[in-house]
Design a protein around this ligand. Sequence first.
Ligand code: ADP
Length: 431
Amino acid sequence: MSILLGAIADDFTGATDLANNLVKQGMRTIQLIGVPDAGLPVPDADAVIIALKSRTIPAAEAVAESLAALEWLQSHGTQQFYFKYCSTFDSTDAGNIGPVADALLDALDSNFTIACPAFPTNARTVFKGHLFVGDILLNQSGMQNHPLTPMTDANLVNVLACQTPFKVGLVPEETVVKGAAAIRRAFDDLVESGYRHAIVDAINDDDLMQIGKALANVKLITGGSGIAIGLPENFRKQGALKEGIAPTWPEVGGGAAILAGSCSIRTREQVAAWKKNRPALEVDPYAISKGEDVVALALAWAADKISGGPVLIYSSADPADVSRVQDELGREEAGSMVEDTLGRIAKGLVEAGVRKMVVAGGETSGAVVNALDVKALAIGPEIDPGVPWTSANTVTTAGPTEIALALKSGNFGDIDFFQRALDLLPGSSNT
Ligand code: ADP
């Protein structure tokens, strides 16, 4: 058995988002958490996505982890490789998109890849190399205030050029609209002129399908999840995909909870909408830093509520509060302190009988999945663009336990996402 498409994702919700797009296009997809042990049997799936938590770690570590993931995928006969990052190109000044892409290219003995974070379904488009969120340039979209990866330049050619010693080119929209053959020619021209990376414009799904077609023989693709929608068709043409297999909803009993550690605009709107008439508890970073047992307090607060309906526990705060906390506690320190706390709350909630959990925030989801020691997610149907329900196994003091997880990137989902996600589960009595 071999893997058709093997992906390395730089965060957990990003991996799930990519999985969701592949499932929708008919690829059976498994998401693995962290670099798998060498002995892990190859999952029976068309696509395997290895979810790392490498977006904001030092570049050298991100490279090492990505190469280890690549090695596992290569050792299982993977045909094509994908490096998945955020549709808002989240990265620090030191990387990690450029360094990881370069290391993967070297390891694959390839000399060219594309970078395309466009995801038009979620209002991320790339035009003349500039990334838009809706009608707004990336650097005015709220992303300039991100707690870990502030994005202050929307020109992706510039952003990537700062992260790689190699030449970064552009395949503009006027080429993309001409279709796959023109896009392939543009790739060839760039390679001939010594470019190693190309930002590719894409403003709608037709563009993505044509780019996908043009990528059939490109060994490594880098991008958001959108660029994946054109790839399954290449495998279908080879006769390599099983047809007619639909993803299934996870079926679990037990309580439900939402954990929000994202400070993105959309998550804050979702938290505000929930708080109007549902139980919600705020986690205060200062209380954590003072050594208060925030985890125990949150679990005590939730204990008698879980049987009556879902609860929200959140640390989401507006940019002014976040920068105050960061100034006092340090950016990374504050982030990892809050992540650790939410992870431990997640573990306690599952111990207390929660089996359905919605998590808001990429890093936060990583922390929750790690705290629950989840190794793999089977990807189910979509809730909102970019976010599917998934099934996972964890272990509680009672033994192995199946849980349903919805891992949401901070800016994804409609305003009523939390409630709707829970309502979609079969036999749901969460309303
Ligand atoms: P997103 O998907 O929106 O990027 P993430 O979970 O990836 O969300 O990132 C949010 C980061 O902000 C996490 O590291 C989280 O721990 C941190 N964080 C959450 N709440 C606060 C807060 N009140 N103050 C400072 N940092 C916070």
